[in-house]
Design a protein around this ligand. Structure first.
Ligand SMILES: [Fe+2]
Length: 361
């Protein structure tokens, strides 16, 4: 084992201890064979030295893209075995979740929270833990399954956000279960509304919004954690009172529900739906930066934003001028406007206000 300055890190070096940020958050686990993205991530957290094994291992493979150019980070994730397995498992678990939700609503099965959430923890293992989960989710955005894949995504994001917020383990588990079950009331919304390929009419929107009260009716007398019941009822409430169904404000909204709300909106806006494309995550981050503190619980939204942007370090992005570049540095003052390296030129989006990120490629 030896201590190496981060400037001297090379792909293939193996972390011999867990790597933590200065404020004690896990960046990468012990045993990670470093690739370019891991090294960029370590540098982004301003770490100076890390312990590595004496022997290097083969760096994770980087396939060439069809054009022969160096593949982008997203292309490398999508062609990895882990990603292919994660996608297959996610789809399989989504089918099982559909079956379970139907049986609960038809009263042919009891709601066993622990059993239902088990697959979520398997998906974390597949993704290589919290650090890998967004690499997987960000590359799955073309899945338009409205309820079941979304429920799994929200459970994964709620778990990650609760972990980033350093909540105790029991609350992290409740946030995971609440994320999974938040939309169970959609089982009562007619399929033609759920699957409609156009924007909903006012009448249909009202029927859709009833999923929160109908879901709550289903679970209110069950012996499950109170935070889960409240999340099912309150996950569309917003701090400024502009949400539904009760127009609750500030502390009237359950703390776990506030976490699921952020996870839900982020997943919903970045996912493709029947009647619209998914938004670019940086547009969503910009929108959150603008209105976040009025609408969402401040600790939840700030923790989410500062951490989510770091998951994009080393990703290749398309800029509004048609050029592509890799994200090399996150600006803490302008989270949605990082520094991008295009060829050998550095573009500071915080200064170049006319430019913006339009897609991750
Ligand atoms: Fe919902």
């Amino acid at each position: 084992m030896r201590l190496v300055s981060v400037d001297k890190l090379e792909p293939g070096m193996v972390a011999s201890e867990n790597i933590y940020t200065i404020d004690d958050r896990l960046v990468l686990p012990k045993g990670t064979v470093l690739d370019d993205k891991d090294i960029s991530r370590i540098k982004a957290y301003s770490l100076y030295n890390i312990f590595v094994e004496d022997q290097k291992k083969e760096a994770p493979e980087k396939p060439k893209s069809a054009s022969g150019a160096t593949p982008s980070y997203a292309e490398r994730v999508k062609s990895s075995e882990e990603f292919i397995r994660f996608k297959e498992n996610l789809e399989e678990y989504a089918d099982k979740l559909e079956e379970s939700f139907k049986m609960i609503v038809n009263d042919t099965s009891v709601l066993d929270v622990d059993k239902l959430t088990e697959p979520v923890y398997h998906l974390f293992v597949e993704a290589g833990g919290t650090a890998g989960i967004f690499d997987m989710l960000h590359n799955l955005r073309d899945n338009s399954d409205a309820v079941y894949v979304h429920s799994l995504n929200v459970a994964l994001i709620s778990n990650t956000l609760a972990t980033w917020m350093r909540l105790p383990e029991d609350k992290i588990q409740v946030a995971t279960a609440a994320g999974l079950l938040h939309d169970i009331g959609k089982m009562y919304v007619p399929e033609e509304i759920l699957n409609k390929r156009k924007e909903l009419t006012e009448y249909e929107q009202r029927a859709m919004r009833e999923h929160v009260t109908k879901g709550y009716q289903l679970v209110k007398n069950l012996e499950i954690d109170d935070h889960i019941k409240k999340t099912i009822l309150m996950h569309h409430e917003l701090r400024d009172g502009s949400g539904y169904p009760l127009h609750l404000k500030n502390k009237q909204i359950d703390e776990i529900s506030s976490i699921v709300t952020v996870a839900n909106i982020y997943d919903d806006m970045t996912s493709k739906r029947n009647y619209r494309e998914g938004m670019c995550p940086f547009d969503v981050i910009a929108q959150f930066e603008e209105e976040g503190l009025y609408k969402f619980e401040p600790n939840a939204i700030m923790t989410f934003l500062t951490n989510i942007v770091n998951t994009f370090i080393a990703n290749r992005v398309l800029l509004s001028n048609g050029k592509t570049g890799d994200i090399v540095f996150i600006n803490p003052e302008h989270l949605s406007r990082p520094m991008v390296k295009c060829g050998d030129k550095f573009v500071d989006l915080a200064a170049e206000k006319k430019l913006s990120i339009v897609a991750i490629v």
